[in-house]
Ligand binder design. Structure first.
Ligand code: ARG
Length: 456
């Protein structure tokens, strides 16, 4: 659009290669907000009259409305969203429009737009995370005091409450949300006014402009400001971590929904059939989410690799930051929404989980603790119970079916009250230390989360 020193038109192929408007058009609202704030700065600096600023603002708002109504034509020949909007504005309002780009470069402009975009998306994603946490809490509450085995190495370890297992994910999601909030804090700094790389001889009140855009402060080094994409990498890491957590939950749900476990039932609306096997009910939502986490990690790798070899300051490579960013934001948003729905429709199969948790072997640790309470050092107690486990397997008789005399063959510390610790309910109630899954603890954790999630 601006020919300047160029005698030749850009080759059509180069235009196609270099255009970004086909994807960066989605920055339009932030680009317009940035331009309006900049125009106010230009008035304060005496570059624009109040009337010119008014023409710019009205023109830009009209353009925004047209974009939102789907009546605006973005042109590939104008390369990116910034030039499309500015050139249309100038076409409409003339000289005032041509003054808008004073003391500004697309380098500080795009850095500003992307930060504004990330800020808004972080707020949106965090509310989706809260909704998902609320769905997990609600599903946990529906499960009541249902017990299930807790696993390490995918081997049955100790009994837990189903709710305790789900609340583990509520904790993970909370860290994800905090990470996003932290990332937001660091990116809420305005690069506008850094120009191409060295600011401008026309001095703008950057803090005044920043205030208009809701930034907490302004960047302090123009070279860093135009080339910094740390915030994109941080955001993509935070999103990847969130995706990895969803992927872990996916894996649990996939196992639970299998005939081998049968721990949960997913609603028909969130499963799919097989084109060949009529009996199938597949947990596709969970599988897709596990799969999509790979994309999120890939996008993070793209941005880190993109940045690593760049000399100061802005390089056109940086245009490649947008597609991975947009893709991760779209992917995680949909994953959170669909997962929230799926969890809302998921029911625990208490009969199955309780049967699995009633495996007496799950209380072997409780028996060792019993001996410890009767004065046996833990290492020794562990050894004694190990032998008792082997005996139980060999005899094909559960702990509960053994006589006191048999117990005492392994340790004289056993007394008649040993049967009490073989009761699942007693065993659960006994796990009452902070963070452990006693029904009382789980109840107060559920209450804590319900309160935290409704007062947000
Ligand atoms: N579309 C470009 C980007 O996203 C805008 C900045 C272009 N700056 C430049 N000097 N060519 O990075």
């Amino acid at each position: 659009m601006w020919k300047g020193r160029f005698a030749q038109e850009t080759s059509a192929l180069v235009q196609r290669y270099g255009e970004s408007v086909s994807f960066d058009w989605r920055l339009y609202a932030h680009d317009i907000a940035g331009s309006i704030a900049h125009s106010k700065g230009l008035v304060k600096a005496g570059i624009l009259t109040a009337d010119e600023q008014q023409q710019i603002e009205t023109g830009l708002l009209a353009i925004r409305q047209e974009i939102e109504a789907g009546n605006f034509e973005f042109k590939e020949s104008l390369e990116d969203v910034h030039m499309n909007i500015e050139s249309e504005l100038t076409k409409r309002i003339g000289p005032a429009g041509a003054k808008l780009h004073t003391a500004r470069s697309r380098n500080d402009q795009v850095a500003t737009d992307v930060r504004l975009y990330c800020r808004a998306e972080i707020d949106r994603i965090r509310s989706l995370v809260s909704a998902m946490q609320a769905a997990l809490v609600e599903c946990a509450e529906r499960g009541g005091e249902t017990v299930m085995p807790g696993y390490t190495h995918l081997q049955r370890g100790q009994p837990v409450l189903f709710a305790h297992h789900l609340l583990a994910y509520v904790e993970m999601l909370n860290r994800d949300s905090d990470r996003l909030a932290d990332c937001r804090k660091r990116l809420n700094v305005m690069p506008l006014g850094s120009g191409a790389l060295a600011g401008s001889t026309i001095i703008l009140d950057r803090e005044f402009v920043a205030q208009h855009l809701g930034f907490d402060s302004v960047t302090q080094n123009s070279m860093d400001a135009v080339s910094d994409r740390d915030f994109v990498a941080e955001l993509l890491f935070s999103i990847s971590m969130l995706g990895v957590h969803l992927s872990r939950l996916s894996e649990d749900v996939i196992l639970w929904a299998s005939a081998e476990f049968g721990f949960v039932t997913l609603s028909d609306a969130h499963t799919t059939g097989s084109s060949l096997m009529p009996q199938k009910k597949n947990p596709d939502v969970a599988e897709l989410t596990r799969g999509k986490s790979a994309r999120l990690i890939g996008n993070l790798m793209s941005i880190l690799t993109l940045i690593k070899g760049l000399p100061m300051t802005y390089n056109r490579d940086l245009q490649e930051d947008k597609e991975p960013l947009f893709d991760s934001i779209d992917t995680i948003s949909l994953a959170l929404e669909v997962f929230t729905e799926m969890i809302t429709g998921m029911d625990v199969n208490a009969a199955k989980t309780t049967a699995a948790a009633s495996d007496p072997m799950l209380l072997a640790t409780d028996l060792a603790d019993y001996l410890v309470n009767h004065g046996v050092p833990f290492r020794q107690a562990h050894e004694v119970i190990g032998k008792l486990v082997a005996y139980s397997i060999e005899q094909q008789r559960a702990f509960g079916e053994m006589s006191l005399e048999e117990f005492q063959r392994f340790s004289p510390a056993f007394a008649a009250d040993v049967t009490a610790c073989l009761n699942l309910e007693t065993a659960m109630t006994a796990r009452k230390g902070i963070g452990a899954p006693s029904p009382q603890n789980v109840k107060s954790q559920l209450a804590r989360w319900r309160k935290a999630l409704t007062t947000e």
